[in-house]
Design a protein around this ligand. Structure first.
Ligand SMILES: Cc1cc2nc3c(=O)[nH]c(=O)nc-3n(C[C@H](O)[C@H](O)[C@H](O)COP(=O)(O)OP(=O)(O)OC[C@H]3O[C@@H](n4cnc5c(N)ncnc54)[C@H](O)[C@@H]3O)c2cc1C
Ligand SMILES: *[C@@H]1O[C@H](CO)[C@@H](O)[C@H](O)[C@H]1NC(C)=O
Ligand SMILES: *[C@@H]1O[C@H](CO)[C@@H](O)[C@H](O)[C@H]1NC(C)=O
Ligand SMILES: *[C@@H]1O[C@H](CO)[C@@H](O)[C@H](O)[C@H]1NC(C)=O
Length: 503
């Protein structure tokens, strides 16, 4: 065993150990409004233990925290009002998911005294509003942070609270909104910043893709098994979300036990170690909704949009030497596991039309982009004749001029002449740093916790030397054409089951 492998082994071991201590915020966030949805409160009750981690991990852009005391009669009477608003925003059944996280803290609990002191709670109920991270302790200078949180001074009824929130958001949500009615979706294509919400959708699509594989017991043969492994290798090294990199790396390391002799264990409940209950992107994913990819109707966008964004974001993260591997992994994945026959077949044709192996990451990035545009071009016609598109998100040749003026050399009605250097530059930035830019802000706040937080989730794989998996993969990427994780993993397979080979 070489030195690199020893270091890698150590890193992997610490990775596996770290995995067993799961922070509670995941399950709490996922649990919001789920399960027995009707009996459960929609607002999340927080306490001193989970306050910081839940607010840190939530994908919501804003949070409301209600400080109350369980003995306070006015608070008891207020609860139904607060819940009426919470049902709009919290959980998979939410009408407007992912916008505002509604929470409460019981200040009459001794253990929460310090927490309530931190916010100078002067009366019950007292409501605060702000970006979730601004509630987290140590999120900057106390004075400055406090001024970024607002006290909600007019929220005495559900109507008035929602009014207040609408003013902040510039929205016009109503208490009687039905899902996908009067929808505020992100349909401003010139708003460059919206892509940063897409990390959550990429996580969602990753977990959903995995669930579909489980549900269909789709790892059936040595071919599909090899294809699954290749894709998982790609994700372990380059997924933009750290928790997905971690989850997929664990699947790789444990593959032998999860799929002994190529027979995967698909049970979702019961025993612990099955492929079926592996939280590929952590415990709170899938959440049941999309943000960047949310359609204005219940049957448009979502998963397939998330899958495209995943593919683009992977393409801009690979190195030259990996480009053909990545291409093969992607093509085989779509061909074996994307259960939309038409999509699969079309895509496979485009894969087969690639005759010479990719040598440059740039070529691969541009291939995924132009392939996506070919699909768009076809769908522009289909959707016009069938009326199946999302009215707020018409298909277009992408990126539009508004997003990247310099990408266009010239364009007539029929023909666009691209400046491919500019397109490449644009894609690298858009699906690279822009995609994870929201989390930059979170990462400067310096959480001291050992647990994996959303912040670390978003750091870039190959420079994340502070975290075990990042280190493992940095070594991996540097030491083996595609990754020593894969090499290491294969060596392990060979050592344990000498006769089996995966190539
Ligand atoms: C591999 C694959 C094959 C598919 N094949 C078919 C098919 O044959 N028939 C069918 O009906 N549907 C197909 N789909 C689904 C379809 O492409 C869309 O995903 C779906 O209609 C949802 O569209 P959307 O408006 O969310 O945008 P999507 O096309 O899903 O795009 C998601 C986002 O990516 C960005 N984007 C758009 N174009 C590009 C580009 N060229 N490069 C980089 N970024 C871009 C935009 O921000 C867009 O909002 C396929 C999906 C996948 C993943
Ligand atoms: C906080 O809430 C969680 C989940 O409801 C619970 O497990 C934990 O014990 C609580 N902590 C305190 C200090 O009350
Ligand atoms: C879309 O986003 C851009 C950039 O943020 C902004 O300038 C513009 O006003 C927005 N348009 C609409 C209709 O909201
Ligand atoms: C979408 O909404 C329509 C009507 O609102 C409903 O009939 C249909 O079942 C919904 N589809 C899904 C996939 O939820």
């Amino acid at each position: 065993m070489s030195l690199v492998h020893l270091v890698l082994l150590a890193a992997l071991l610490s990775l596996v150990t770290a995995a067993s201590s799961s922070p509670g915020s995941r399950s709490i966030l996922r649990d919001i409004g789920g399960g027995n949805a009707d009996q459960k409160d929609k607002a999340v009750e927080l306490n001193s233990t989970n306050f910081d981690s839940v607010l840190h991990d939530t994908p919501a852009k804003y949070a409301v925290v209600e400080f109350f005391a369980h003995w306070c009669p006015a608070c008891r009477n207020y609860k139904p009002h607060y819940e009426k608003v919470a049902r709009l925003f919290n959980g998979p059944d939410a009408i407007h998911p992912g916008t505002v996280l509604m929470t409460r803290v019981d200040c009459a609990m001794k253990t929460n005294t310090k927490l309530c002191d931190r916010f100078d709670v002067s009366h019950y109920p007292m409501l605060f509003w702000g970006p979730p991270t601004k509630f987290v302790s140590g999120s900057g200078e106390p004075k400055k942070t406090k001024s970024e949180l607002l006290v909600i001074d007019d929220g005495r009824t559900a109507e008035r609270l929602l009014n207040w929130i609408n003013k902040q958001l510039g929205s016009s949500y109503g208490l009687d909104d039905q899902k996908f009615e009067n929808e505020h979706v992100m349909s401003n294509i010139t708003d460059y910043k919206q892509i940063s919400q897409a990390v959550y959708d990429i996580e969602e699509a990753t977990a959903v893709a995995f669930d579909i594989i489980i549900e269909h017991k789709a790892i059936k043969s040595s071919e599909t098994s090899a294809s699954f492994i290749r894709f998982i290798q790609l994700l372990a090294a380059h997924h933009p979300s750290r928790r997905c990199r971690k989850g997929t790396a664990e699947i790789l390391v444990n593959y032998d036990d999860l799929c002994p002799s190529g027979k995967c264990s698909y049970e979702v409940s019961g025993g612990k170690d099955t492929l079926g209950n592996f939280p590929i992107c952590g415990k709170d994913v899938p959440r049941g909704y999309y943000m960047f990819c949310r359609g204005s109707k219940n049957d448009t966008r979502g998963f397939s949009c998330g899958l495209w964004v995943l593919m683009h974001s992977l393409s801009v993260r690979i190195e030259d030497g990996e480009s053909h591997f990545a291409f093969t992994a992607l093509c085989d994945f779509v061909n074996n596991f994307f259960m939309c026959d038409e999509c699969r077949l079309h895509f496979n044709d485009m894969c087969l039309s690639v005759k010479t192996p990719f040598k440059k990451a740039r070529d691969f990035v541009l291939w995924v982009w132009s392939t996506h545009n070919k699909v768009n071009e076809r769908l522009i016609k289909d959707e016009a004749s069938l009326g199946t598109g999302d009215p707020k998100f018409p298909k277009m040749i992408w990126p539009p001029k508004e997003l990247c003026p310099s990408c266009y050399l010239s364009s007539s009605q029929k023909n666009i002449e691209w400046d491919e250097d500019q397109v490449y530059k644009f894609l690298k930035n858009y699906y690279g740093p822009k995609l994870i830019s929201l989390y930059k802000e979170k990462s400067v706040m310096g959480s001291k916790k050992e647990t994996i937080t959303a912040t670390e989730d978003m750091t870039v794989a190959t420079n994340a030397l502070v975290v075990p998996i990042g280190a493992a993969l940095a070594i991996a990427v540097a030491s083996c054409a595609f990754g020593a994780l894969a090499c290491y993993w294969r060596t392990q397979q060979k050592n344990r089951k000498p006769r089996r080979s995966w190539n």
